[in-house]
Design a protein around this ligand. Structure first.
Ligand code: SF4
Length: 106
């Protein structure tokens, strides 16, 4: 079986198979296995699939996932870029809505 690794194709397949995926989730919720047993099976499949994927070659997550940084991450980012904290925020970060509620995250 060929593993599809193109994120765009995977997203389209997920859309096409949405009903089947829901049925599978329902099946898993009712399956007569201890959670540890199910975990073991899932991790075995994960290892098999993950060993065939090169995230560095794909890079989709880096292009599409927006990380949320904590205060200390901002300091580390600024240090790593040899910039002041303020310059790093101005050049690379956007304020998350949660910043308005006192829990400072960028
Ligand atoms: S970077 Fe890795 S985890 Fe992210 S979409 Fe590509 S293969 Fe998947």
């Amino acid at each position: 079986m060929r593993l599809e690794i193109d994120p765009k194709v995977v997203a389209k397949l997920a859309e096409q198979c949405e009903e089947t995926n829901w049925q599978f989730r329902t099946f898993l919720k009712g399956v007569d296995l201890e959670i540890e047993e199910l975990d073991t099976i899932v991790h075995r499949y994960y290892e098999d699939v993950a060993s065939q994927i090169n995230c560095c070659a794909c890079g989709n997550c880096c292009r599409s996932v927006t990380p949320i940084l904590q205060e200390y991450d901002v300091d580390r980012l600024a240090t790593g870029l040899n910039l002041s904290r303020e310059e790093a925020i101005k050049r690379f970060l956007v304020t998350d809505f949660r910043a308005r509620y006192g829990d400072i995250m960028y």
